[in-house]
Design a protein around this ligand. Structure first.
Ligand SMILES: [Mg+2]
Length: 458
């Protein structure tokens, strides 16, 4: 009887139009697929849901809405914020275009430092159309946002040349090398020769901590760095995804000393190039939430299912999205939040002890509890003594109603799922859901794995 039911339930899922993905490009509905008939029974028993954020809880449809390129102003959601005579910060309506017009270094970095290219496609009416292609949606979004023939334009890129336009000027560059982005490195850089002045430049962009640790001493001490740090926090606290941009000139001697042809050791090339940088800007990109995501997560929480959000994003961005998605409540009378963001094992041990006491206290007051753990702290846990490790797993992570693992690598996402499975000796079922290539090992680690069809995946 149970088997017959299972087949019927499966058929409902497969034919459910609300669970189908609308492929806008191909103009068709792609229905859900079920790869295991045990799915229906397992779904009913799930006690832990571990979810990717970008593309799963959010739509992964991106818009550039925030920018900071200098010490005394920044652009955020249609307004330019500046200090007035009294020293108060006031926002006046402005366009992103008007804000960046004279920010030449940033515009160069934006147009040169990426892994996108332009494809010229023939159209039905005999004309052609340029289409931007590239693996990263963030990059495509940034490049498209300011693609204006009067401000800045990315015109052409081959394996040897790049052509861009900044203002009225068309600029040509020799493309020398690219140090690729990876989810571990969290930054990328390009090395180019400016054919206008013959100088060699490094342009880089990436996560704020990765760029900030590679700055020159002067840039590290600069006011601009402090301002950009402050705006990264500000943009992040609005739920925006942030990136920091930096550059430097490389001397001819230094350039000659780096062996760019040594493809066996790309890390050494990257390390030699990505140092002594000068920070120039930060950007904030908005990613809209999926429909009804907050109601859905609230239902899970009401049913006593523990919800874990696993993301590579900044703590601030993750926190804001978690509030908006109902993973935790803003009201501290209802929901206590404990953050484990330690730099060393002594610091972390104290954080764990405090969080354990806090969670016990909150439970006695019938409050919901959320633990936020940074990828860095998650890594340090393995260096702690056994009893603290046990305390962390059993009394902190597994006791919390929701957990947010931020700034985490794909491997840590999978490790989080394995941790729950191991602790409960497979007696409590886990469900992992994600849309990206980097979620595969997490999805495969869980009892129930769900791959979401989205912008990034298929
Ligand atoms: Mg994703």
């Amino acid at each position: 009887m149970l088997e017959i039911n299972t087949i019927f339930y499966s058929a409902f899922v497969v034919s459910d139009s609300k669970m189908a993905h609308v492929n806008k490009q191909m103009g068709r509905h792609e229905h859900a697929k079920i790869n295991s008939l045990n799915l229906m029974e397992n779904l009913a028993e799930v006690e832990y849901i571990m979810s990717d954020k970008t593309g799963t809880m959010t739509k992964n449809e991106l818009t550039l809405v925030a920018l900071c390129c200098d010490v005394d102003s920044y652009f955020l959601k249609g307004k330019c914020f500046k200090k007035d005579e009294k020293g108060d910060i006031v926002g006046n309506e402005a366009s992103c275009r008007s804000y960046v017009e004279d920010k030449t270094d940033f515009l160069k970095c934006l147009k040169l430092c990426h892994d996108c290219s332009l494809l010229t496609l023939p159209m039905a009416d005999g004309k052609t159309k340029d289409v931007l292609t590239g693996a990263s949606l963030d990059e495509q979004c940034l490049l498209k946002s300011i693609q204006d023939e009067k401000v800045a334009e990315f015109i052409y890129k081959s394996s040897k040349k790049i052509k861009i336009r900044i203002g009225q000027e068309t600029l040509d560059y020799d493309f020398i090398n690219m140090n690729e982005f990876s989810s571990e490195r969290k930054l990328m850089s390009v090395i180019v020769r400016d054919l206008q002045d013959g100088k060699i430049y490094v342009f880089a962009k990436g996560a704020e901590n990765k760029i900030m640790e590679r700055l020159s001493p002067e840039s590290s001490d600069s006011e601009l760095k402090d301002e950009i740090n402050a705006q990264v926090l500000n943009f992040g606290s609005q739920g925006l995804r942030t990136l920091v941009f930096a550059m430097r000139e490389m001397s001819q001697e230094e350039f000659a000393s780096i062996d760019f042809s040594n493809s066996a050791n790309p890390e050494a090339i990257a390390e030699a190039c990505e140092r002594d940088l000068r920070v120039i800007a930060c950007t904030g990109v908005e990613d809209e939430l999926q429909e009804n995501v907050a109601e859905c997560i609230q239902d899970f929480r009401d049913a006593g299912i523990k919800f874990w959000m696993l993301t590579g994003d900044l703590g601030h961005t993750a926190k804001e999205i978690a509030f908006n998605c109902g993973v935790m409540s803003r009201d501290d009378e209802v929901n206590s939040i404990f953050t484990l963001d330690a730099i060393d094992s002594i610091d972390l041990k104290q954080c764990i002890i405090d969080a354990n006491q806090g969670i016990k206290q909150s439970k006695s007051e019938h409050k919901k509890t959320t633990v936020m753990v940074s990828g860095q702290s998650f890594l340090i846990v393995s260096k702690l003594d056994d009893s603290t490790q046990e305390l962390f797993k059993k009394e902190v992570l597994l006791q919390a109603d929701s957990v947010i693992l931020y700034r985490s690598s794909p491997k840590q996402k999978a490790d989080a799922v394995k941790l729950v499975k191991t602790e409960f000796k497979d007696k409590k079922l886990t469900l992992a859901i994600g849309d990206g290539f980097n979620d595969i090992s997490m999805i495969q680690s869980a009892h129930v794995g769900i791959g979401v069809l989205g912008v990034e995946s298929n």
